[in-house]
Design a protein around this ligand. Structure first.
Ligand code: 13P
Length: 338
């Protein structure tokens, strides 16, 4: 596919007022989410849950694109329409998670490498036929004693670039997601250092492998202290450090950056996005590609009951609306009460 076509899709994914709904939880991960509301992780429940999310009225007003899992892209909504077709009809671009998960990295205890390159060219062709226009691959970087190692950064960057090349060859916009986890007790300074080294390594490898930066979207973590860190950081500090690292590492040819939420609360993730978009003259669009920070309130309100579908949809609509406002630097926490 020509770079101009990939660029048009990438720009639509990060369009003003909008962001990306990450609904690509693997069967294992959605099981953890369902366990939190006490429902069984079986196909009819997964289908009903995604039907609840995607059936939200006017979802396309603030959601540009949705990332699906392999099962979902092949599944029909409750009215029989295949999910990718239903999304396309309401103006939401369907995409697909193509990685097969983070596995233990050999000889490097505590570190992971993401797998899924074997046969990827053929899987991409199949996903294109099913309606996907973009893909996602998530690499996981853990901060700890003496880690991340250079090996961990190198192998994950290499795999991200191989994945991105296969996507662009096959006509999909790659979302390149190197996630530095926020689970530890590290300082915000340490997260800044590791995020910077990670992004430099990733963009080096993207250049070596010839990726067209105009035809991709970056999905990074924000620069935050670990969840168990004794000193937490204010919204402004997170915004300033995140923007500073992105300016050092991400070429302006990249049309947009769509953040993951990574375990931040729904409202804090919105406040961070707002503070970053309030900074003038950014070279890229900055938006959201949240999973938990968009879905958690909806998941709780729904609780697995058909009687609560509307309540769930109202929660998702609120998060989409408020994050859409934050993407335009027009959000204030007072809007949560509306
Ligand atoms: P969270 O926003 O819940 O971190 O999920 C985003 C995602 O797609 C992780 O791969």
């Amino acid at each position: 596919m020509r770079v101009a076509e990939l660029n048009a899709i990438a720009r639509a994914m990060v369009a003003p007022h909008k962001g990306i709904l990450a609904a690509d939880e693997s069967t294992g991960t959605i099981g953890k989410r369902f366990a939190s509301i006490g429902i069984e992780n079986v196909e009819p429940n997964r289908r009903a849950y995604r039907d609840m999310l995607f059936g939200t009225p006017d979802l396309g007003g603030h959601i540009s694109a949705a990332i699906l899992y392999d099962e979902t892209i092949r599944q029909p909504a409750l009215d029989g329409t295949p999910f990718p077709e239903l999304l396309t009809k309401i103006g939401i671009i369907p995409g697909i998670k193509v990685d097969l998960g983070a596995k233990d990295l050999a000889l490097h205890p505590g570190e992971k490498v993401t797998e899924g390159l074997d046969g990827l060219r053929e899987r991409i062709a199949e996903y294109v036929a099913l309606g996907a226009r973009f893909a996602k691959w998530r690499a996981v970087i853990t901060i700890g004693d003496g880690i991340p190692s250079r090996a961990c950064l190198a192998v994950n960057a290499h795999a991200l670039a191989r994945y991105a090349a296969l996507c662009q060859e096959g006509g999909l916009v790659p979302i390149v997601e190197p996630e530095v986890l926020m689970d530890g007790d590290n300082s915000i300074e340490r997260c800044e250092e590791v995020t910077e080294e990670t992004l430099h390594t990733v963009f080096d490898e993207l250049a070596i492998q010839g990726i067209a930066l105009e035809g991709m979207v970056l999905k990074p973590n924000m620069v935050v202290p670990g969840k168990k860190a004794p000193r937490q950081a204010g919204v402004e500090a997170v915004a300033e450090r995140t923007i500073a690292v992105l300016r050092r590492c991400v070429p302006p040819a990249v049309p947009g950056i769509a953040f993951l939420s990574g375990g931040q609360s729904a409202e804090l993730a919105t406040e961070h996005l707002q503070a970053m978009n309030a900074v003038a003259n950014l070279p890229w669009a900055l938006t959201f590609s949240y999973g938990r920070a968009l879905q958690d309130p909806a998941l709780k309100a729904w609780g697995g009951s058909p009687a609560n579908v509307q309540a769930g949809r109202e929660q998702l609509a609120r998060r989409a609306r408020n994050n859409g406002a934050a993407r335009d630097a027009a959000y204030s926490p007072a809007m949560e009460a509306a």
